[in-house]
Write a protein that binds this ligand. Structure first.
Ligand code: SF4
Length: 332
């Protein structure tokens, strides 16, 4: 989904580089029923530490009034929250918000597609790291069931403004499945996306250059495509041997930096505002709210944090000594 022409009030949230922040990613929980090797989930934040539905609605309104126009709900696994559908409804009903998106591991998707659509969800990303059932436990833990993920994707196909299937490419795990993953997505009208692994839990990076080379070796012809969505993905238009063509999204945090036109910030499951995924600063909006701070004070604190945001992440700087805040609870 392309960022639409602006009908809402001009974004007024800018970071230190003057980049307008129009896209907020909000983690609803750090809990997850999967244990993906590239994410390091473990259930840390006690339930009372998570933002409540009214607190989330307050933050949606606060950021929307400052020009945020898209909210993505993440986790951990956001569908583990019993009130996830109501939270989607609150986000979609927030004046100024033009798109509500959700990222899920797909486990509960089959049963939630209808209620999420009815609540106003526009865009959906589903993690799909392999099509081989025997591989999944090694990637996402014993709780992961491929049949449920695939059933959820089939239930969602063709029903949302945007459906993207995200694959973290892992050495020795799924780099041999790239062509099959593309076809699986195209068969369902979805956008396949390949993501370089980020160093939250170590792991060898499979560079996008190799991803492209493997797709070409599988018979696809590739050419750059100008399509841009809200996020960091760059796209290629691919044509497979039989002539079918479509888009493929590529997200290269480690070898093809995308920070120059960053438009986003995050709220973590513990209510911490994090200006950059690769940042090490988190400002507790939860504690400010529970301490009785008015919206003006929250907005001031957020602007201050954005003015301390670095031009780019440093996750690709080997030996930088960078200690990243955990991926879980920030939702990527
Ligand atoms: S790593 Fe930070 S600066 Fe770069 S795109 Fe992500 S949030 Fe923006």
């Amino acid at each position: 989904m392309q960022a639409p022409a602006c009908s809402a009030p001009q974004p007024s949230l800018h970071d230190a580089q003057g980049r307008a922040i129009a896209y907020l990613r909000v983690a609803l929980t750090d809990r997850c029923n999967f244990r993906c090797t590239y994410c390091s989930p473990s259930d840390n934040e006690p339930p009372e530490g998570l933002l409540t539905r009214p607190e989330l609605a307050r933050l949606f309104a606060l950021f929307a009034s400052a020009g945020v126009r898209r909210i993505r709900l993440t986790g951990g696994e956001p569908t583990l929250r019993r009130d996830v559908v109501e939270i989607v409804r609150d986000a979609a009903a927030t004046p100024g918000i033009e798109d509500v998106a959700l990222t899920t591991n797909g486990h509960r998707l089959d049963e939630l597609v209808g209620p999420l659509l009815e609540a106003g969800l526009g865009s959906l990303n589903v993690s799909l790291d392999t099509l081989v059932p025997e591989k999944l436990p090694g990637v996402s833990g014993r709780g992961a069931r491929l049949d449920r993920i695939l059933a959820g994707i089939d239930a969602a196909a063709g029903r949302f403004r945007s459906l993207k299937l995200n694959t973290v490419v892992m050495r020795g795990v799924n780099e041999d499945e790239l062509a099959a993953l593309v076809r699986h997505a195209w068969d369902r009208g979805a956008l396949p996306r390949f993501i370089e692994q980020m160093p939250f839990t170590g792991g060898e990076v499979v560079p996008l250059a190799e991803v492209r080379a493997r797709l070409v070796a599988a018979g696809f012809s590739l050419r750059p495509d100008p399509f841009r969505g809200w996020g960091p993905a760059r796209h290629v238009r691919a044509t497979e041997p039989g002539g079918r063509e479509g888009l493929i999204g590529l997200i290269g945090a480690m070898t093809e930096n995308f920070c120059e036109d960053c438009n986003r910030a995050r709220v973590a499951a513990d209510g911490g505002f994090q200006a950059c995924l690769g940042g090490t600063e988190r400002l507790s909006l939860r504690d400010l709210m529970r301490g009785g701070a008015p919206d003006a004070a929250l907005a001031l604190a957020v602007r201050g944090a954005l003015l301390r945001k670095a031009p780019r992440h440093r996750m690709d700087e080997a030996g930088s000594g960078l200690v990243l805040l955990p991926m879980r609870g920030i939702g990527g």
